[in-house]
Structures are given as structure tokens and as C-alpha cells.
Design a protein. Structure first.
Length: 324
């Protein structure tokens, strides 16, 4: 498998906003905190309201994560209602492996019990694999490219790679990337590995832009997405991402504990559970928080590479002070 590297077309791709909707988490910095903070997002109250009606759980979580990301990026009106960025050239990229599985299962159960005559045509759009991206685009008037990546363990990193490509190819001026996995009954059954650990029930959103656009609108970048690499195994992905340097040279390494040669990798799944398609985006959000707080770089994020995975991925983030 050939590793992928950064693509040309823009000086650099920067992250300007981060938002989370994860139980017990207030902001991205909490992902790296040693213990659970007081307060934080509560899905029992946070997933209610008029705009949450008639939507699957993953879509509701994604909507809750996007708003604070847009606000931090300076792309949300003061009342929180309007997206103030370039709607025609704003893309939405979702990473999820389980997404609206609950909606699909509900439809199948209805067909089994009542045949197709029991279905409501109003519910059919909810079975689309791209429904989460669609709701985000409709809510904020984002009319650029709109897609969902469902690619196993590397899905989150892959979504960031495609966001980078959309900006580099100038298919979009702004890309909102969301990693989301809902804790629904079908998802829990599918992921039950006998360990007793619950899967993630949450979402994280990132706003990506070119450094030129950020400078033009006077915004503040938080971090730089330097490169994204995909390879057949973790060692190759890390080596290409760090240009041959050891992962121990990274200021922060976000990966799975079993992927690390030493205990230096921070494993977000140890706290959050099985993160599936949201993992790469969660890692990037934690890396942004680390760099924005003055932590040493670069940040290396690795995913995949397990015995049952078809590939491994690695991301490298650097501080905003290194924007060309």
C-alpha cells in the first residue's frame, strides 16, 4: 500500500475551531485531563429541543458538536443561529462507522413485522448513510461538497485527509469535519466484545481552512494539519508521517496502547471506550487543545494497524506559530 502525503494548492491547512458533545466533557482540553471534570455535556438534556426533533442520535450529537466549533472559529452569529462563513464553498465531511444504524435497523424490523406497507415515506431519508452530513448542511446552509467516510479504524484520519484535499484542490474554502458514534442499542450489540466497556456516545467537530483564508478574515489558527498518511501497518504510517523520525520525538503521541512500543502513547479509548470512526477526529481535537495550550509539538495521532484492520493511519499536527 502506498502511503499518502500532504497535497499542494494552499500554503497550509489550519484548524480554527473545535467543538465536542461527549458526556462529561466540557471542551477538547478535557480529553487529556487525568480525571473527569465537573459538569460537561449531558446528553439527557443536551439532545433535546426543537431542532433535535425527528433526527437520529448521531445527527443530534453532531449538531451539538458543530455549534461550539463554529463559534470558536468566529463563523457563528452572536445569537448562535446563523453560519457567517461562505455557504456555497463550505464542505461537510462526516466520519462514522455506526452512524444511523439504529434507523436502518428500525426500518428492517418494521418490514419484517409489517412488510413494506408499514413504512412511512417520511422516514426513508433517515436511512441514508449520509444523513448526518445532510442535517449539518441543512441547518447551517453549507452547500459545498457533502460526504460521509465509513472506513473502519482509520475512518477519522481518512476524513481529515479528504478535508485537506478539498481545501488543497480549492473545492472548498472551509471544511467542517465531524467524528461521531452514537451509543444506541444496535451499536452496543455490534460492538460487544465481552469486556463490559461501553462504546463512545458522542461527537467532535473541527473547522479546517486554508491559512490564506484565515489571514484574510483576521481569524486565529489553533494548529496546522501538516500531513496525513495511510499505510499497510502502523510502523510504516508513523515513519512516513514523521519523515523517518521515531514516534518518541513527538511532543504528544495519541494512539492505542497496544500500538505503542513504550507507554508513551496516550490512548483516548481507555477513557472513552471504543471510538470507531470518531477516533481520528477525537485525537486531532485533543492534539489541537495540547498545542493551543502551549504544549510541545509535533502531535502524532495514530489509528488502525490492528490484527483485524486493513490499514493504519497517522496524522501530524503542529502549532499555529508554524503557519507559513
Amino acid at each position: 500500500m502506498t502511503a499518502r502525503h500532504e497535497v499542494g494548492g494552499v500554503k497550509s491547512v489550519v484548524i480554527t475551531g473545535v467543538g465536542t458533545a461527549i458526556p462529561g466533557v466540557r471542551e477538547a482540553a478535557d480529553l487529556l485531563a487525568p480525571g473527569a471534570p465537573d459538569g460537561g455535556f449531558d446528553p439527557d438534556t443536551g439532545l433535546k429541543g426543537r431542532e433535535m426533533r425527528h433526527k437520529d442520535r448521531a445527527s443530534r450529537l453532531a449538531l451539538r458538536a458543530v455549534a461550539p466549533a463554529l463559534r470558536q472559529a468566529g463563523l457563528l452569529s452572536d445569537d448562535g443561529e446563523r453560519y457567517t462563513g461562505p455557504g456555497d464553498t463550505t464542505a461537510v465531511v462526516i466520519s462514522t462507522n455506526l452512524g444511523n444504524l439504529d434507523s436502518v435497523c428500525d426500518f428492517i424490523d418494521t418490514i419484517a413485522a409489517h412488510t413494506v406497507t408499514g413504512l412511512s415515506p417520511l422516514g426513508l431519508p433517515h436511512t441514508s448513510s449520509n444523513v448526518i452530513a445532510g442535517w449539518i448542511a441543512i441547518r447551517y446552509g453549507m452547500r459545498g461538497p457533502n460526504l460521509t467516510v465509513c472506513n473502519g479504524a482509520t475512518s477519522g484520519a481518512d476524513a481529515l485527509h479528504w478535508a485537506h484535499n478539498l481545501l488543497a484542490a480549492r473545492r472548498a474554502d472551509t471544511v467542517v469535519v465531524i467524528g461521531v458514534e452514537p451509543h444506541t442499542e444496535p451499536a452496543a450489540r455490534l460492538l460487544d466484545d465481552g469486556s463490559g466497556r461501553s462504546p463512545l456516545d458522542g461527537a467532535v467537530a473541527l473547522v479546517l481552512e486554508s491559512s490564506e483564508r484565515v489571514a484574510a478574515r483576521g481569524a486565529r489558527p489553533l494548529a496546522v494539519l501538516e500531513r496525513s498518511v495511510r499505510a499497510a501497518d502502523s510502523a510504516t504510517a508513523r515513519a512516513h508521517a514523521l519523515h523517518g523520525e521515531s514516534a518518541l520525538a513527538a511532543g504528544l503521541w495519541l494512539g492505542l496502547a497496544e500500538d505503542a512500543a513504550t507507554a508513551s502513547a496516550v490512548d483516548l479509548t481507555a477513557r472513552l471506550g471504543h471510538c470507531s470512526g470518531a477516533l481520528g477526529v477525537l485525537q486531532a481535537a485533543a492534539g489541537v487543545a495540547h498545542l493551543a495550550a502551549g504544549g510541545p509539538g509535533p502531535v502524532l495521532a495514530t489509528s488502525g494497524g490492528g490484527a483485524t484492520d486493513d490499514a493504519a493511519a497517522a496524522l501530524v499536527l503542529t502549532g499555529a506559530g508554524e503557519v507559513p
